[in-house]
Design a protein around this ligand. Sequence first.
Ligand code: PMP
Length: 359
Amino acid sequence: MSPTDTSGVRLRPEIVALPAYKQGKAADADAFKLSSNENPFDPLPGVIAAVQAETAFNRYPDASARALRERLAAKFGRPLDEVHVGSGSVALLAQLILAAAGPGDEVLYSWRSFEAYPSLVTVSGATSVRVPGRADYGHDLPEMAAALTDKTRVVIVCSPNNPTGTIVTTEEFTSFMAVVPSDLLVILDEAYIEFVTDPEAVNGLTLLDSYPNLVVLRTFSKAYGLAGLRVGYALGASAILDAARATAIPLSVTGQASAAALASLDAEPELLARVRVLAHRRDAAWRALTEQGWAIPRPQGNFLWLPTAAETAAVAETLADAGLVVRAFAPEGIRVSIGEEDAIATLLLIGADIVQDLP
Ligand code: PMP
């Protein structure tokens, strides 16, 4: 008998078994939400005004978000047809996976990484191949290269990696690309690139001309603080992006989202100054926690990875009691977003006691 849901309707069994997307826990009014790598700064008045000015919502938005694509194409010096915009980079990930992989195919990525990867691959009908990260929490690209098969259709590389915060270096990435067949789609997920300060970190934008099979994904959700409006973009060969577009649910990027993204690009100096504040707060927290005895991989996104292993649930509870709502990945560790100054000060205050109790 085919699996059914409780209504008796035949559904795809792998979809019925799929857990719903787990959102970072909400925080009470007196707690800090450090569970979704959001930007803690309030939206800029100019960005709010741009959204408020977008009132023709009796009309559909422009299907290709052309104005925003033109602006991004000019900013990055890429042709217009090599820029694609979606309702968050997670939507673009879904489109790209669907465009290249289906039943019988494999999608390869490092694990642990972004929680959405396994679900999106399952939805496509393809099979996930997860290559364990290195002991230092970075991607093991030589092992990923060794795991390629003739069924591999997509490779996802995440730098900085969510949730460990590690980067892939340019050298690691180009060595990997040298052994990847040129007909295999490689997605470089750079959702957190604006927070990177390590000069050795890969920057996909500079490699697009060298690798026609590379697509770079970025987002307005993190550095630009537009998580709630849902705008991400992909840079890559037009033929790949056309195939991604063909899988997309049409008209998902609203006029308000485009307007906010455009206004954010207008306000880029101010927004990037905020990014520098957060990166500085992150580095200061990493140094202080390291001095306390924590073994935290050098963070390059807007979050830290606390390797709490078997104590993960207990530590998350201790943090919650102190008003810090974090993301626990039991039994490996805890991801803490670099939020408000007071939140990180609290983390540093209680961090010393917590690390003493870890085995
Ligand atoms: N990639 C990574 C690595 C992420 O962590 C996230 C968000 N948590 C995304 C993509 C998706 O972000 P968005 O859809 O908001 O652009």
